[in-house]
Structures are given as C-alpha cells and as structure tokens.
Design a protein around this ligand. Sequence first.
Ligand code: GLN
Ligand code: ZN
Length: 752
Amino acid sequence: MTVPFPKATIEGYPRIGANRELKQALESYWAGRIDAETFRSTTRALRIDTYNHLRDLGLTEDYAIPADVAYYDQVLETGLTVGLIPGGTDLDEEFALARGNDTRVPLEMTKWFDTNYHYLVPEIAEGQDITPAPERVLRLVEEAGEAGHKVRPYLVGPVTLIALSKPAEWSLLPALVEAYAEVFRALKDAGVEWVQVAEPAVVADLSTADAELANYLRQAWSQLLAEEARPQVYLTTPYGAAREALPVLGELAPEALHVDLSPWTLDSDSGYPERVRAQVADSTTLVAGLIDGRNVWAANLRVKAEVLESLGIADDAHVSTSTSLQHVPHSLNAEKNLPVDVANWLSFADEKIGEIQALVAGEAGASDAFARSDRAVRTRAESERTHNADVAAKVDALPTGTVQREPSFSERNAAQREALGLPLLPTTTIGSFPQTQEIRKARADHRDGTLSDDQYTEALREEIKQVIALQEEIGLDVLVHGEPERNDMVQYFAELLDGFVVTENGWVQSYGSRCTRPPIVIGDVSRPAAMTVEWSQYAQSLSEKPVKGMLTGPVTILAWSFKRDDVPLAVSADQIALALADEVRDLEKAGIKVIQIDEPALRELLPLRADERPAYLDWAVRAFRLVSLQAKPETQIHTHLCYSEFGQIIDAVAGLDADVTSIEAARSKMELLEDIDETFHSEIGPGVWDIHSPRVPSTEEMAGLIRAALENVPAERLWVNPDCGLKTRGYAEVDPSLRNMIAARDEVAQGL
Ligand code: GLN
Ligand code: ZN
C-alpha cells in the first residue's frame, strides 16, 4: 500500500526561524563564536521545532510537511545534493561557495524568479563531474524520523537546476538525471514515500525557449518516473502558469502535480484552471496551489472554493500554497501593534495553513473560517484606509502614457558638467555606509524611548559628520550622507508615507542570513511631510563637494513591499511616484545638486513571461520618470540597479532617462557592459567592488575592472563605484576597499 498524498500541505515554510534563529546560528558560526557541531545541533533543533510547530498547526498527515531545508540557499542545497555543484557535505566549502573566502570568489547571486529571494547561480561546464551526495538529504529524513515526523524531502528539479545555471549547459542533463535517480534510490531505501521536486522553470521564459524546455522536461522526467526504486513524486510548478509544458506534465503523469493558482497567476492567465483540468491525467493527484505564498492578504475563501469547482475537485480537494511560504513572515501572532482592522485583513505563513485546512474542509466543515473571510473582504473594501479621495484625484489629473523630462539628456549633461565640475572617472558610493552597532543601538534606544528625539537626531548627525569626513579624507568626488537614519531603504519611506503599515517581526529571508521586513501597502499612498531633506541638507552643509540626495524609487518601494491586490500595481506606483516627486522638489530647494533614485528592483518585478513585459516596463518607467519630471536641468539624477543580468531590460533602463546609472558588475566581471549600445546615453557606474562578499578587493583587481569597463564605455561617461550600498559591511573592510578603489581610479586615469 502506498501512502496517499496529504490533503492539506504547503510548498515550503520560512527557514529563517520565528526569531531568526538560523540567522543567528549562521552569523555566530561565520564569526567563529560557535563551532560546526554547535551550528549543526542548533539548526537541527530549529528544524525539529518547525516540524512540531507545523504539526500543531494542523499539518498532521504523513508527508504533509516539506523538508525544504537549506543552510544558505535551496539551489545550492540541491546542487550539492545531486552533485551538480561539487562540495559534498563540507560546511566550510558550502559557505565558501556562498560567500567566498581568501582564495575563492563566491558564486554569483541572483533573484529567484520574480521574488526578492536570491539564489546562488551554479557555474557548470560541459563534461563536468556529477557525483551526488544523497547523505545531505538522508540526514534530514533521519533526524525528522527520530523526532517522529515523516517529512517530504525537497529538491529543485533537474530541468530548473540547469535552466538557472550559468551557462544553461543542457548536455549535462542525462548525467544529472542519473544523479537524481541515485538520490531517489537512496530515499526509497530510507523508506521515504514522497519526494517534492520543484520545476518552476516551466512557468517562466528563460534563456531556454519554452518549447525546448518542455522537451527537456519530457526527457528528464520520463526517465526518472520510469525508475523502479524511487519514492512517489510530487512535481511542483510554483511562481506562475505552465504553458507549453502543461501537456507534457499531463502526459508524464507524476503521482502528484502542483499548480500555482494564486490571484497573480489567475489575473494574467484566467483560463489556467480549465487548461489544468483538461490536461492533467486522472492517475495524477492534482494539488491546487490556491493560497498565495507571496502575499499577506487573508484569502477570499469563497473565490478559492470556486477555483476548486472549476478544477472539478471541489469534493476531494488537495490544497497547498502557490509557492513556498518562504516569501512571507511567520505569524501574525508576533505583531502586537498592527491596527486591529488591518490585522483582520492579513494572513502570514501560519494563518495561511488555517486557510488551507478550511478549503479542504469546505464551507460546510469550516463555516467560521468562511464567515471570517467574508468579513475581512468586506471591511477592507469599505475602509477609509483603502481609499483616499485626494490621492485618487491627483493621480487622475496626471497625463496618461509616457512622460518626458525636459530638456534632453545632452543639454542636461552639459549643464551638470558645468554645475558640478567633476574629474574624469568620478568616484562615488551607492549611498549607505556601515550600519554600526552604535547606530543600531541609537535606533533601538530611540524606539523604546531611552533616547529622546533630539538626542537621536544628534547621534545621527554625529554619524553623518564622520561619514562625510571619511569620504573627504579618502578623496571621493560625489559624497553621500551614509543613510544612518534608515533601518531599510524601503521601510524607512514606508514608515513616513500614508497608505503603508510596517510590521515588528515580519522578517523574510532575502539571501543567506539577510532578512528584510517588507512593509504592506494597504491603501492609497501619500506624503504627509518631507522625508529625507533634513539629513541631506545637513550633510551638504559639511562639504564643498556635492552630496547626493538619496531616494528609493517607486518601483522598488512597491517591489519590496507586500502589494495591494485590489488595484493594479501601476496605480500604486504612480501614487508613490507623486509622493517622491514632492521630495525631489524639496531637496532641490534645500540646495542638493545630485539626487539618486534607487531602482534595484526594476528587474525583479519583470513578469516571468516575455509577452507581459512591455506593459510592465511601460508603467514602471513612467513611474520612475514621474519622480524626476520636474527636476531642474542642472540637477543630476542618478539611478542605481542591483544586478548584472541587464540584457532583457536594457531598453527600459535607458528609458529611465537618468543622468547617471550605477549597476552591479563586479561578480560578473563587467560582462553586462557588452549589452550597452547607443540607445543608452546616460553616464554609467558599473560596480568594481562586490560588496556582498567580505573580501577587500585589491587596487589591481579594481583597476582591472575599470580597464575592462573602458573597453565598452568611453572614459567621459564612466564612473567608479562599488556594486551597492555598504550598510552590511564593516569599516574594517570599507576603509581599505574605498582607498583601494580611489587608488585604482587614479592609476587608470593617469594612463588615459
Ligand atoms: N542607496 C542604497 C544603499 O546604498 C541602495 C541599496 C540597494 O540598491 N539595494 O544602501
Ligand atoms: Zn544595489
């Protein structure tokens, strides 16, 4: 007798721990405060606690709990398990891959589908060795078993793993499939009855065309599913709708198949449930990923029940989340300060498990939950927090379609050269300086009232003074104030804008041990007062050199927040842009000559499907342009983007019409500059220092990168800067790295 697939399950659960236990363990281990054994036992305890907690929440069936475990990243974890990434089971080697060390640079990191989670990109090569290390996953099964849990091991699938690697080396697929087969055999031997394998590559347009990907899917999975010795396979397709791959998935007929039926997916593909119903084999258990794994709104259970009807499984439903819950906070229980009405509209990971159970039970079995859901939907739609007539009127008064800053780039560029008088290859940083213990303490003391408003302001001014003095001493050309007042580049603005709420404990993993606390856009957005002017003005008063005003752009504020699901994203983006445009005006009035509008998330909101991208880029570019539309010609507008894969959106980045664009480039060794063409007119600062890694780059290394950049960018347009802000680094690295950066610039500039 085989064990049937559980009725209620989830695709994955936040790994970081309700009190960020994983973060603490990782950082303690890296700092040498705990040894490997303590690290393993601490994280083991966290995993077992999590399984116990999930069982208490109602995931009581065998294999209902996914063991989606990873110390640093799920792609790295699977890569090591199946041997596509060599490194076996050595903890330090694993972290060296993730973070680099004295002798090796880390793997490149990039966003996981259209989320703010970053995965490590496997570097693979034709003919490479693939030796699986199934003991990685067996250990998890065993420790869970000892604690009384039959968990479902999680792997990223072979097709997705290659599709996300660099390069997507498909010649490795047969060998990789053998490796999965070996891992499956080991799991079977260990008595595991269900394994979860995620193939989200089928929902996205990646570098491999959809049709070709569908073929690889057929090739890989017909072989894997034909293996005798394997657990039952739960194949999953989170993050969107499968298109060309759907009939193939139907034919392959794994024992269970997950489809993403989140509001987002259904918005862009309303016929998906019917297609799923038509294609999926009767022998396959269809698992409806109805509960949104990426947003925090309480589900409209009635609407979800209708989707189950259209799938034809209302009477015998298997329900899950659309994606792993790793993208949402643990529990609303940790929020004591949310307005009660707002709290009723929300649902975090733990609450979502309750919604899944309600859908499995149906209205007859869960009438209370359905009544609560009805009430939340109604009160939210009627609330004044949701709708603000003044904001709506302002947005209605905006011109529609594209907007254009006057005069043109070349005229502005001339005016700015005169106003700023910068040297060749000007140097700058991206904005933040190290968030030191003292800053964090001052912020905490201010929050709990130990530090008065005035004392807090004084502490921040003192910090700004030091940051300015350091930059003057090192010899940077365009200075920054260092952003000490910001806990986070989005949250800071969200706290000062109307239409947002922020959480106290809503931490979500961004990469490795890094977490963010995304704010929630709950309604129409507006700016009650200036947000950054006093800090920028103070910093500028301390230096003759230009100090950059520092704003987070509308697309990024939106991307890194939980979004409204009751209006199009474009509407929220325009509202945020209008608020920021007022801030630009106030910064200019305060004498700021250079203003940076960060849009590191521009690519992240890019739809996974190519045919949906133009419409997105139109509204995203428009929102950015609205912010600087009225800026004076001599005000130099910078933008900053945080990734290296640039090709897909190069036209949109050009379309932002910024005066200077800084981008991440160090890890990918300036590769992206090959995409730069004549449509891209702005000055450009490709990062020469990878600030995600704790290394201090040498002068020679950075000089080499500047010279590489000069092969594609003329010297008059090239800036020299790090990849990103310095807030996660310490002064011990920042000080020598910046000095080396200036030395590298001087060395290269001398030779020009
Ligand atoms: N100005 C921000 C900083 O330096 C930009 C950060 C980012 O792009 N993620 O911290
Ligand atoms: Zn950045």
